[in-house]
Design a protein. Structure first.
Lengths: 298, 201
């Protein structure tokens, strides 16, 4: 395959995978939803969970995006430094988004700021949004994430004084979720970033919700805090769609960095129950493996 | 038996409904969200659809061209609270009877629902293909200059739901009640967690 062909092939793969992620939830989310559904007993919870699962079946059968809000497409890339199309990836992903928008179809969700016009193809200034992590090797692992407006709205970050301690983080997480969580389509996946400043904490909180559900922070104290927050938020009992119930969250994940001694940056990102995340590994010959979805075919 | 509302909706169809009831809709449902509300209320423009007795949907769908017309692909509710700033005046000006969205709305909307005999209901969020299968046809589209999500899509729907009444004609507000409950519960839970996260020593 020459470079031109490789570029065309990868564009097509990423267009199809992006469309696929908009239509099918990843395996870990499906399993968690089934588990939480079992734990609910109120009539309204049942009405909502029945609709959710009926909807996923219909999306599958009709090959349509399971939620109409297919988000501003984001790609989180772990790119091997020797990946052959490293320099072309941004162009490839832009083209892939345009193709997926036509073929899936996806909702037109890129409004050019200040011009205040919808571009109509889901691309625009800095969009699709791309985050890079360059690692040794020759593969590229690409996470596709599409978050609707509803679960983007609660997102918040702030810098605490050290006197507030980790207790301040707990308070912040609860305040965000009890104030805005209802509208974000619970049960929610809650990501918490603990760092120095707003932008680092916010980015870590987003990366936290890209982790498979139930994976734990490597530090035992942080992992323990994830479990405490999960249990505590579930006790608040927001339930599916905020109609009350026995659970609030799909999970709570924390990502952290070392911090400045004078600050504790905290960020919160929220994923809705229709958590459309997909992971694909691209080999140097442009063959691929889908890591997030069972039996996925593009 | 499923309780079904039909457009045009009359006051007496709504007066027996209570927050927490589940209903379905037959008839005309018009999408109207952020900019549609802003144009009517803040910019004083006339809505191109007469909403008297009809239902609006806080939603921005995915539609596809289908011959000369349009086909509904995926349409789920969006956060209703974004329209709170406008909804009270919107209800008063348009005579809309049923507002469908996601999550609750505030005190102003509840007051307008009480005064003008209207209700707010939620369709389960994220269930957009389910909702699309309950759309029989898109009759027309207005304000297409706003783009696909913000345009006014006028749809004929059949057994559209489940719609969970969140604000009834007495002004009862299900989500405000739930939120008060959540806020009341959280204090002791936070205290308990905080005793276990004193990592700075």
């Amino acid at each position: 395959m020459d470079k031109h062909e490789a570029q065309r092939s990868l564009t097509d793969t990423m267009a199809k995978f992006t469309a696929y992620v908009g239509k099918h939830l990843p395996q870990d989310v499906l399993e968690k939803l089934a588990q939480l559904r079992e734990g609910e007993d109120s009539p309204l919870s049942r009405v909502v969970y029945d609709s959710m699962f009926e909807n996923l079946k219909a999306a599958d059968r009709l090959n349509r995006p399971c939620c109409q809000d297919t988000g501003v497409i984001q790609y989180f890339i772990k790119a091997g430094a020797s990946f052959p199309l490293l320099g072309e990836l941004r162009e490839i992903l832009g083209d892939a988004v345009r193709q997926a928008t036509r073929e899936a179809p996806l909702r037109h969700n890129a409004v050019e700021t200040f011009v205040e016009k919808n571009t109509g193809d889901n691309t625009g200034t800095r969009v699709p949004w791309i985050e890079w992590d360059v690692v040794p090797g020759e593969d590229a692992v690409i996470e596709v994430y599409m978050a609707g407006g509803g679960c983007s709205l609660p997102g918040a970050a702030k810098v605490l004084m050290p006197a507030a301690g980790y207790e301040g983080i707990v308070q912040f997480v609860f305040d965000v979720i009890t104030s805005y969580g209802v509208n974000a389509c619970p049960p929610l996946l809650v990501g918490v970033g603990v760092s120095t400043s707003v932008e680092t904490a916010a980015m870590l909180s987003k990366k936290a919700i890209l982790r498979p559900i139930g994976t734990r922070h490597p530090n035992p104290q942080a992992a323990g805090m994830e479990l405490l927050l999960e249990k505590g938020l579930n006790e608040v009992g927001i339930g599916p769609q905020g109609l009350t119930g026995n659970s609030t969250v799909l999970g709570v994940h924390i990502e952290s960095s070392a911090r400045h001694p004078s600050t504790i940056g905290v960020g919160v990102s929220v994923g809705c129950w229709a958590h459309r995340r997909g992971t694909i590994r691209i080999a140097p010959d442009m063959s691929y493996e889908i890591l997030s979805h069972k039996e996925a075919a593009l | 038996m499923k309780k079904v509302l039909k457009t045009p909706i009359r006051n007496e169809d709504l007066e027996t409904l209570r927050a927490g009831d589940v209903v379905y809709l037959d008839g005309l449902l018009v999408t109207c969200r952020d900019v549609g509300h802003r144009r009517l209320i803040e910019l004083g423009r006339e809505l191109p659809v007469d909403l008297k007795g009809l239902a609006i949907f806080h939603a921005g769908p995915i539609v596809a061209k289908d011959g000369d017309g349009w086909k509904m692909i995926s349409i789920g509710p969006t956060t209703s609270m974004r329209m709170e700033r406008f909804e009270k005046d919107f209800i008063e000006k348009t005579g809309v009877k049923l507002i469908v969205g996601k999550g609750g709305m505030g005190a102003d909307t509840a007051e307008a629902c009480k005064r003008h005999k209207a209700v707010h209901a939620v369709f389960p969020g994220g269930c957009a293909v389910l909702a699309a299968t309950e759309v029989e046809e898109i009759e027309r589209v207005e304000w297409q200059d706003l783009g696909m999500p913000e345009a006014l899509w006028v749809s004929r729907v059949k057994k559209f739901g489940p719609l969970i009444i969140s604000i009834d004609t007495l002004g009862n507000n299900l989500f405000e009640k739930n939120k008060a409950e959540f806020n009341q519960k959280k204090g002791p839970i936070i205290e308990d967690i905080n005793r276990q996260v004193r990592f700075i020593k």
